[in-house]
Design a protein around this ligand. Structure first.
Ligand SMILES: *[C@@H]1O[C@H](CO)[C@@H](O)[C@H](O)[C@H]1NC(C)=O
Ligand SMILES: *[C@@H]1O[C@H](CO)[C@@H](O)[C@H](O)[C@H]1NC(C)=O
Length: 294
């Protein structure tokens, strides 16, 4: 896998005359820092992963960082937290970076910004393998290779897939979700957040690309506006492995017991604010439409 990945990488880079290895030499200290970061913050259940896996993941994450100017502009601490990690929750650990790097880099070669590249990926990656949404997967189909093989996944599998696709080209991304909407119909949901060049998180539904771009999804303002900050069932969480800084644990609802393996932020307030903004925008539109024709 490693050999194949590197050869493919070399060919790709020759073909596209990309800048890797020339303008941004990779510094060994950066690689060491990445490995330390992963070993410190990876979920405890990953302790047995081979060092080789972490090394290859790191090499390709750094390579992605060096290919475009906008990836290079991602602040280093953000890179460590949201580009470097090789997984989101406790999905099986696949070696997805070589494949994703090779397949997705050409798609975004002409993208002028990080957010443009992110939207292109959410629009284009699904049809490559004919991947579609299918709810309630038992057993869960969640890792990238499982999803490719099955050709479908629930919102969780699709979100993990998109997070990895974004990270494979150097875009900081993370999975967000709620165990259960605080409404009569309930239901859980997961989606994806991208840290755009503005330095603010924006959100999108995996495989739910829309021309309106970020922050336009079916769940904001409703049902997200009923979410309850601090509630284990009804809050909205965003995965972040770097625990300790105000993090809680991400509810892994596919386990029988709530499983405290992966850390996350409670980001409910962000979505309540987004819901208010959408509601205000709608009201303004309604009022404009109400104006008597003169
Ligand atoms: C929690 O999840 C981790 C990762 O999947 C697993 O190793 C562990 O056994 C789980 N613990 C419980 C109590 O389910
Ligand atoms: C998405 O919403 C957040 C919070 O309301 C905002 O800060 C961000 O700029 C929005 N993103 C885009 C691309 O409009």
């Amino acid at each position: 896998m490693r050999g194949a990945g590197c050869t493919a990488l070399g060919i790709l880079l020759l073909a596209s005359q990309a800048l890797l290895c020339t303008s941004y030499p990779l510094e060994p200290p950066a690689e060491e820092e990445c490995l330390e970061y992963l070993q410190k913050y990876q979920p405890r259940s990953d302790a047995a992963l081979p060092l080789k896996y972490l090394q290859e993941n790191t090499e390709l994450a750094l390579a992605a960082r060096s290919v475009s100017s906008w990836a290079q502009d991602v602040p280093w601490p953000v890179f460590l937290k949201y580009v470097l990690p090789y997984a989101s929750v406790d999905e099986p650990r696949d070696n997805w970076r070589p494949l994703f790097f090779q397949r997705f880099l050409p798609l975004i070669q002409d993208a002028r910004s990080l957010s443009e590249a992110a939207l292109i990926l959410n629009e284009k990656i699904w049809s490559i393998w004919g991947i579609v949404f299918k709810p309630n997967q038992t057993p869960e189909i969640m890792s990238p290779f499982q999803v490719i093989q099955a050709g479908h996944a629930s919102c969780t599998g699709l979100s993990i897939f998109l997070v990895n696709a974004l990270r494979s080209v150097g875009i900081p991304a993370r999975m967000a979700g709620t165990p259960e909407w605080n409404t009569k119909t309930g239901g859980n949901h997961d989606w994806v957040e991208v840290l755009t060049e503005s330095g603010v998180w924006s959100f999108t539904g995996a495989a739910e690309y829309t021309e309106q771009g970020f922050n336009h999804t079916w769940f904001v303002p409703d049902p997200a506006r009923h979410s309850l900050s601090g509630s284990r069932r009804h809050a909205i969480y965003a995965v972040s492995w770097a625990d300790g800084e105000g993090t809680v644990s991400y509810p892994l609802i596919w386990h029988d017991n709530d499983n405290h393996t992966v850390s996350a932020y409670d980001v409910t307030e962000y979505y309540l604010e987004a819901a208010r903004k959408h509601a205000d925008a709608r009201l303004t539109l309604l009022k404009l439409n109400d104006l008597p024709a003169s």
